[in-house]
Write a protein that binds this ligand. Structure first.
Ligand code: HEM
Length: 311
């Protein structure tokens, strides 16, 4: 399904001498391997899921540690391979995806940091989402000594609606995102699911967990969400989460925060009505996320290799 539309920005001859920059053919090779990995995992699982959503989460967690205050964190360095980031509670469940991307990075002569981020971009497009501008040029840190402190990635619940809403603002404003971008990025929860052995939460957000769409926003508005009390006939003992009346779908408190806050909710309504608008704004916000803290030598705009790149 993946087309040639992923906007790859190869450094090619323009940045010769920049060590972490990748050649266009290597990027194309990595892209094909990521698609093949997703297809193989879908086939092996045979339950409508694939590794695709986890790749999106990997890309996001590799970048979402950025702080604009001291410019630390971000996808540069690919430090999640090492301690302490590898063992952060927030990164539970990402080891297998990380391992696959490290393999592809080595085979394709890409930096690990580039592979972590490219995996999310390719997975989103492969699952029917928007093209996300992406370029190579991240370098790999030799260890985790430059990792930022733990606690940079969001918690799903801060105990009260007010605190959870404020937490989302604290975390994403720290990266340099607006309220509108917080809602756009949260729409990635159209994909994938929560795993009890990773986060303690359970279940998917939508009925089509490998299709990128605005369903997350529509379901948020239209379903009657209540606190989960039972799971498959037994009392639910996990953390507080919300569910549909039949228990098939879930929302985290941090998802519900987008309904609880009027400013967030207005954007949820816009995206639920207009998928094109969501795709456009998600693409811009996700591209921005993946470049936070990166100091690329490649120009920000121009025509390179396969497509036009203009952030
Ligand atoms: C707003 C704050 C956010 C919180 C609190 C949050 C929390 C979580 C949690 C608890 C999980 C379940 C992990 C597991 O059990 O395997 C999850 C999964 C996921 N998250 Fe988020 N997330 C947030 C934002 C984002 C953003 C910004 C993106 C991407 C742009 C994203 C993409 C995903 C995806 C695709 C999955 C599914 C992974 C899978 O199926 O393996 N999340 N998130």
């Amino acid at each position: 399904m993946i087309g040639n539309a992923v906007r790859l920005v190869g450094p090619v001859a323009l940045t010769m001498g920049v060590p972490a920059a990748a050649r266009m053919e290597d990027i194309e090779g990595a892209k094909a391997k990521i698609v093949a990995l997703m297809e193989k995992s879908a086939e092996q699982r045979g339950d409508g899921s694939s590794i695709g959503p986890t790749l999106v989460r990997l890309a996001w967690h590799s970048a979402g540690t950025y702080s604009k205050k001291d410019k630390s964190g971000g996808s540069e360095g690919g430090r999640m391979k090492y301690e302490p980031e590898a063992s952060w509670g927030a990164n539970a469940g990402l080891a297998a995806a990380r391992f696959e991307m490290e393999k592809i990075a080595a085979e394709s002569e890409l930096s690990r940091a580039d592979a972590y981020t490219l995996s999310g971009v390719v997975a989103i497009e492969e699952m029917g989402g928007p093209v996300v501008p992406w370029r190579s040029g991240r370098s790999d840190a030799p260890d985790g000594s430059t990792s930022p402190p733990d606690g940079r990635l969001p918690n799903a619940d801060m105990g009260t609606p007010k605190n959870t809403v404020q937490h989302l603002r604290d975390i994403f404003h720290r990266m340099g995102f607006t309220d509108r971008e917080i809602v756009a990025l949260s729409g990635a929860h159209a994909l994938g699911r929560c795993h009890e052995d990773a986060s303690g939460y359970w279940g998917p957000w939508t009925y089509a967990e490998t299709t990128f769409s605005n369903e997350y926003f529509r379901l948020l508005l239209e379903e009657a969400w209540t606190l989960k009390t039972t799971h498959q006939g037994k009392p639910w003992t996990g953390p507080d989460q919300f569910e549909t009346p039949d228990g098939a779908l879930m929302m985290l408190p941090s998802d519900m925060a987008l309904l609880w806050d009027k400013k967030f909710r207005d954007v949820v309504v816009e995206y639920a009505k207009d998928e094109d608008l969501f795709f456009k704004e998600f693409s811009t916000a996700f591209a921005k996320l993946l470049e936070l803290g990166c100091t690329f030598k490649t120009p920000k705009t121009g025509i390179f290799g396969l497509g036009f790149f203009g952030l």
